[in-house]
Design a protein around this ligand. Structure first.
Ligand code: CAA
Length: 255
């Protein structure tokens, strides 16, 4: 059975982690299949937004502890396990994390690596790594801190406390909290709304917002301006602006 399930519902796709017996713990198989699936979907013109989810009980309970317990530091270094995460950064298609239940450790880092999080009211976010004698190693100390600020990130990482969905939303980690039974459907609705806009513009906007995380304001503003000119040069911009003046729905082609 696949460790990751992929369903295409054009213009969106749904990717579900499928290792329920271990609460979707991210072992090599899950991460390998996940990266492969996202890279493939990213190359498909018909897919304009991807939802990434787990099960109702767990988005993912972290990196696979059994696998880590057997690995030496050199094994980790040689296997380039964490390097796989760089591939996620290169995905241009917008990614919506649909989080229900446990979202811990590497699972929380995976959700934060997506572009936005739609969380069930059952979601629990945490970085319990220091309880295992290690630290978050897939961006947790960096992305979580930028998302929710130093005080809360220190609290979550050093005390191991879980944030429930409401607190995570208040802290700015989660975009929307939805009813427990609707976690996947609501995330799909968000994805369909995203997919209905100009695809070139969406990719450029995603890249630009990420710049706000990664650079100074001046560099970010400069990047944004260039991205706007590039968006203007797209066929989609011609179509979107013309459709508005002609009072009809635009037909974007992603060019
Ligand atoms: N890795 C491997 N297996 C895991 C796992 C993980 N991260 N999390 C849960 N599982 C397995 C359990 O071992 C258990 O398997 P068995 O039935 O074979 O014993 C199964 O999933 C169900 O889990 P529990 O019986 O523990 O379920 P629970 O409801 O009692 O508790 C939980 C749920 C609080 C999430 C608990 O499973 C837990 O604490 N999990 C570990 C969370 C964690 O520490 N994550 C961080 C991992 S380190 C990391 O991610 C490093 C990094 O940043 C790179």
């Amino acid at each position: 059975m696949s460790a990751v399930l992929v369903e295409r519902e054009e213009p969106i796709a749904v990717v579900l982690l499928n290792r329920p017996e271990a609460l979707n713990a991210l072992n090599d198989e899950v991460m390998g299949e996940l990266v492969e699936a996202l890279e493939e979907l990213d190359r498909e013109d018909g897919i304009r937004c991807v939802v990434l989810g787990g099960s109702e009980r767990a988005f993912a309970a972290g990196a696979d502890i059994g696998q880590m317990a057997e690995a030496s530091a050199m094994d980790m270094y040689e296997a380039r396990r964490i390097d796989r995460w760089d591939a996620l950064r290169r995905v241009r298609t917008p990614l919506v994390a649909a989080v229900s239940g446990y979202c811990l450790g590497g699972g929380c880092e995976l959700a934060i690596a997506c572009d936005l999080i739609v969380a069930s009211e059952t979601a629990r976010f945490g970085q319990p790594e220091t309880g295992l004698g290690i630290i978050p190693g897939a961006g947790g100390t960096q992305r979580l801190t930028r998302a929710i600020g130093k005080a809360k990130a220190m609290d979550v990482i050093l005390s191991g406390r879980f944030l429930d969905a409401e607190e995570a939303e208040r802290a700015g980690l989660v975009a929307r909290v939805v009813a427990r039974e609707a976690w996947l459907e609501e995330a799909k609705a968000v994805a369909r709304a995203i997919a209905s806009k100009g695809p070139v513009a969406q990719r450029l906007a995603k890249e630009s917002v990420n710049r706000a995380f990664e650079s100074t304001l001046e560099t970010g503003l400069d990047f944004e301006r260039k991205a706007l000119y590039l968006a203007f040069a797209s066929e989609d911009a011609g179509e979107g602006l013309k459709a508005f003046t002609e009072k009809r729905k635009p037909e974007f082609r992603g060019r």
